[in-house]
Design a protein around this ligand. Structure first.
Ligand code: FES
Length: 158
């Protein structure tokens, strides 16, 4: 003889219905959870700032060597999320924010004239001082701390 409610077809039907309901409840809960996680994760990531140093917040960072950027050359490097133009001049290695002070375009180093140039409106900057030579930029490129250790070039505060 069998035990319990499994002999009665109505009870068996009820057991299957409860199983389906539970399954659908779990499925609905999982869907709500994944939807909320998908919406909230980018919002939380946006609201919580990245750790200091990963966004140009002050940590010293090796960006190359004087072999990579010899005298008379310049290069755009990333300092966290900040673009920086590093120039190796006869007066030493210099670094400036690579964001043009006019409308925010990324500048470039022009080796032929050994100047920093903004391609958007032909703003020209001095590669040694960051001062505006000509064009619409209203102010110099902000300097970034730079240091050499042997051939290594570091930017950011020590
Ligand atoms: S954005 Fe650089 S000169 Fe206009």
């Amino acid at each position: 003889m069998r035990e319990g409610n499994t002999e009665n077809p109505e009870n068996t039907q009820q057991v299957h219905t409860m199983g389906r309901r539970n399954f659908l409840s779990y499925l609905l809960g999982f869907s709500v959870f994944t939807t909320l996680a998908g919406v909230l994760t980018p919002i939380i990531a946006y609201l919580i700032p990245p750790p200091s140093g990963s966004d140009g917040g002050g940590n010293r960072m090796l960006v190359g060597t004087t072999q990579d950027i010899p005298v008379g050359h310049g290069e755009i490097v990333s300092y966290g999320s900040q673009p920086v133009v590093v120039t190796n001049t006869p007066k030493g290695v210099k670094a400036f924010s690579a964001i043009c002070t006019h409308l925010g375009c990324i500048v470039m180093y022009e080796q032929d004239r050994q100047i920093i140039k903004c391609p958007c409106h032909d703003g020209l900057f001095n590669a040694v001082t960051g001062e505006v030579i000509s064009g619409p930029p209203p102010s110099p490129l902000p300097p970034i701390p730079v240091a050499t250790d042997g051939e290594d070039i570091y930017i950011g505060a020590a």
